[in-house]
Design a protein around this ligand. Structure first.
Ligand SMILES: [Zn+2]
Length: 117
């Protein structure tokens, strides 16, 4: 990280990827269905009930990764068009539209001369 991070006033402090701020998903034995496991969302609601601990843990892991990614998101202006977008981190400086436009061929490429068989 670069020192001196006071260059963008008004940026929300929460979205800087601090692990302590990420909301936690968890798995617990279901009290409604015997032998099943509940995946509990950070707000305490039951996201889903699964027959095996393995399945529940897998869903929980996926949800936790999404949560981490969301926690790292910062709203920053696109380097190309200047439109503010939800950036996934320091590596992500172009909005989806500009990124897509950059990877699309602008015009048909002149074909390379190939050796005839
Ligand atoms: Zn853009």
């Amino acid at each position: 990280m670069k020192p001196g991070s006071g260059r963008a006033p008004g940026r929300p402090k929460a979205a800087r990827g601090r692990p302590g701020k990420v909301r936690q998903w968890r798995v617990q034995a279901s009290d409604r269905l015997d032998g099943c496991h509940d995946v509990i969302a950070p707000d305490g609601s039951v996201f889903g009930t699964y027959p095996t601990l393995n399945k529940a843990a897998s869903i929980c892991g996926t949800k936790q990764s999404e949560e981490l990614r969301r926690a790292r998101m910062v709203n920053r202006p696109c380097l190309c068009c200047g439109t503010p977008f939800d950036s996934e981190g320091a590596h992500n400086r172009m909005c989806n539209l500009c990124r897509k436009r950059g990877s699309d061929p602008v015009e048909p490429q002149r074909p390379y001369i190939t050796r005839s068989p």
